[in-house]
Each structure stands twice: as structure tokens, then as C-alpha cells.
Design a binder for this molecule. Structure first.
Ligand code: HEC
Length: 191
């Protein structure tokens, strides 16, 4: 406490000295700012000194326990809110067998090694979370069958030799992904 009082007095002195210098016409802008910073620091320490009479150990303990309980309950509340919102937003009603099979193809062919799906994945190739809305089912199937394009200067996608069933299921999976409520993310249709 004594140390704080000393600090307070020192800072006040420095601040006053700087304030005097402020009156002189030769003072530079930087020093003016220093004076106000010192005043602010002095005021802050002054505040701590005033508080120290009523701020006991048990007050500190109460703030700690009270704060912990409050934020723990707040966290539980947020978790509950998320769990109730998810079923309405994650499109689980449309998780058909075709979608599940499409997801399996998505995983075994490592599409995510180049693409992102709703932001997760690699940044080599376009986002595919909304590719169904962007291109439609026929384009997607034709595109996958036509790889690699061999277009000079463009990044290439491999040929996966998928049959019609596999292509349809993959498209079903991309359709399902595009219908997840993501609060309109990605923000534009080009991904
Ligand atoms: C080796 C990297 C790589 C892998 C693996 C890969 N892709 Fe691609 N894909 C690309 C690149 C690069 C492009 C963009 C090429 C271009 O624009 O010329 C692309 C484009 C696409 C497009 C067109 C996107 C659009 O906006 O028009 C679709 C659809 C697509 N990929 C689906 C898939 C699927 C499904 C898989 C997994 C079965 C897959 N890709 C695996 C590299 C990859």
C-alpha cells in the first residue's frame, strides 16, 4: 500500500512537471501526450487506493466464485441453445441412404484434400458447399466425368472413374450440403 502511495505521488509530480512544460511554447506534441498519460495513471492508482479500504480478500473470493458459477451456467445455457437449434438447421431430415453413400465417396476419394466444404478443407480448389446451387446436378456429373480438362495454366482435378450410381449419390450429398442452414455462408454463390 505504501508503495502504491509513493507511485501515486511520483506520477502526480511527473504529471505536474509535464503540465508546466506544456505551458512553455517550445513543447512538442509527444510530451503533451505524456503529461496526460501520467495524469491518467495517477488517477487509476488513486482509484485503486480508494477501493483498497473496502476491497477485502473475501470480496475477491466472492467475485471469483460468483463469476465462475455465472459463466458456467451461461455456457450450459449456450450449449443447450445450440443443441435445440441444430436439428432445425443441419438438414438431418434429408440424410437419405444415397446421401450417406455420397459422403462415403466424398471421403474415400479425398475431395477435401483439394476442396473446402462449408469452409473446412484445402484451399487448392473451389468451395463445394454451395456448388449444387451454383452449377446444378447435370453440370457436376459432367464436370467430374470430363476430368482432367488439360486446360493450359489451370489447376487440374483427377479422373475418379465413378459409375452413374456413384455420381448420383455424390450429387445427392452435395445437394444435402447445400441445404444446410449456414446463415448464408459462403456469402456469394461463387463460393
Ligand atoms: C487434386 C485436387 C482435386 C481433388 C482431389 C478433387 N478436385 Fe474437384 N476441382 C479441383 C480443381 C483444381 C478444380 C477447379 C478447376 C478449374 O476451375 O479449372 C475443381 C473443380 C471441381 C468442381 C467444379 C467447381 C465449380 O465451381 O465449378 C466440382 C463440382 C468438383 N471439383 C468436385 C470434386 C469432387 C466431388 C471431388 C472428389 C470426388 C473432387 N472434386 C476432388 C481439384 C480437385
Amino acid at each position: 500500500m505504501a508503495l502504491m502511495k509513493l507511485m501515486y505521488q511520483d506520477l502526480r509530480k511527473i504529471a505536474l512537471a509535464r503540465r508546466e512544460a506544456e505551458d512553455s511554447t517550445f513543447v512538442r506534441q509527444g510530451e503533451l501526450n505524456n503529461a496526460s498519460v501520467c495524469f491518467a495513471q495517477a488517477l487509476f492508482i488513486r482509484g485503486l487506493l480508494d477501493m483498497s479500504s473496502s476491497f477485502t480478500k473475501s470480496t475477491a473470493r466472492n467475485i471469483f466464485y460468483g463469476g465462475s458459477v455465472f459463466f458456467f451456467l451461461f455456457f450450459i445455457g449456450l450449449t443447450f441453445d445450440t443443441m435445440t437449434a441444430l436439428p432445425k438447421r443441419d438438414n438431418r431430415a434429408n440424410l437419405s441412404d444415397a446421401v450417406k453413400h455420397g459422403k462415403k465417396i466424398w471421403e474415400t476419394r479425398n475431395c477435401i484434400g483439394c476442396h473446402t466444404l462449408l469452409g473446412e478443407g484445402a484451399y487448392f480448389a473451389p468451395e463445394l458447399g454451395n456448388v449444387y446451387k451454383r452449377r446444378g446436378p447435370e453440370f457436376i456429373k459432367a464436370w467430374i466425368q470430363a476430368q482432367p480438362t488439360g486446360a493450359p495454366g489451370r489447376r487440374q482435378m483427377p479422373q475418379f472413374h465413378l459409375n452413374d450410381q456413384e455420381l448420383n449419390d455424390l450429387v445427392e450429398f452435395l445437394k444435402y450440403s447445400s441445404e444446410i442452414n449456414t446463415n448464408s455462408w459462403p456469402p456469394n454463390i461463387e463460393g
